[in-house]
Design a protein around this ligand. Sequence first.
Ligand code: PHE
Length: 473
Amino acid sequence: MSRTSIHGEWSSRTAFILAATGSAVGLGNIWKFPYMAGQYGGGAFVITYLLCIAIICLPVMMAEVMLGKLGRSSPINTMYHLAVENKQSKIWILLGWSGAIAGFLILSYYSVIAGWALAYVPELALGTFTKVENMPTAEISPFVDSIFNSLTENPTKLIFWHTSFICMTMFMIAGGVKGGLERAVTFMMPALFILLLVLVGYSMSTPDFMRGFQFMFNVNFDNLLYPNCTEQACELSGDGLLAAMGQAFFSLSLGMGSIMVYGAYLPKNASVSKVTTAVVLADTSVAILAGLIIFPIVFSNGLEPGAGVGLVFKTLPIAFGQMPFGTLFGTLFFILLVLAALSSSISLIEPAVAWLVETKKFTRISASVLSGIFVWLVGLITVFSFNLWSEVKPIGGLNLFELIDYLTANIMLPLAGLLIAIFTGWLMKKTIVANELNSSVDSFSYRIWYFLLRYVTPLGVSIVFLNAIGVFS
Ligand code: PHE
């Protein structure tokens, strides 16, 4: 039963917390959470997201880390070992496969968006946004829009930045667990956190801080349940709830094998529940901080909270253009955002790379290069979704980038979370589970976790799914 990982181990429990936080904290918190909250009307989205984290995702995350720690290999092989040991069907390796596929798909667009952040580094360093300081408010929004659009409408620029980001990811991944992953996150996470606090300070000084605050915490479920309201008609839709749940999974890197594979490198004596709780708290606070920074800027400058994927890129540069030392802070911020994205992107591809190394006997370098080329190619779909193919909307009015995002975050990740809950809560031997969590089967916290995992998670995810396909309306 006692396997060891052939890829190495984290040097300590703290190293795991930093790495898993590195995986969790990324574009999901700073880019995606604010624009989704903006699109789905604020408070109700935020509350649903927080609830999903507490009662659905936290138990799943503990289960996922634990499965990894037991399996000590890539998620595909981990699921194989665990299925055999618990006398279950080998079909469970599909859970590992779905993770690897979701990882490729997510990274394919993640890299394009991270490329935007990369493109904003020189923009800020050269002081492009200092112009907003003396601009009348009415001109600010068209100005930031034009800079953003000139990037996204230009496939050549997007490809350049997308390629650069993929190369950075491959370089890091090739470095291996300790060399590549661990070193990078150790200094980056604290630095990002400090810069976010500086930005909160700025936001509190804007005239509409309270409005931004209320937007985030005033709960009005109409906005979430009727996201597509027009003057003529309001249609009840389960999409908002699904989006909030999907965002919770996405933000915590769950249901994809990232957290499982990181768990596989966890030292044997580390406590799963403690490290997991630490990661969840860090991830959630970064998302909330990002919202508290962005919405006051939105309202103070007459921007739209529902501006969509460009929200962060259209708000933060205004702040940097106006605040003292903005050029310095702005450049630093986008560099840190790229690094935060990088520590997430390596975790998106690590499950596949680990599998290629274990099973197909690739070296880490060749596995990284091969996966990188593949992801790069798929990423072109997203690149063109913002320009040449922006009108290609095969299903549900979503363009190709939005479809990939919907399929992965809203369907694949929660579905895998549901299966992880069923596998761990219903099919694994109770004693193995309790033993791995260093817990007695009777302890209070263990019983709560087990109850949430067996009943609340499967029911919660199923209800949100069924609701989204209109079963309850
Ligand atoms: N959690 C990461 C973020 O918020 C994205 C991610 C998703 C990483 C799934 C790994 C797995 O940016």
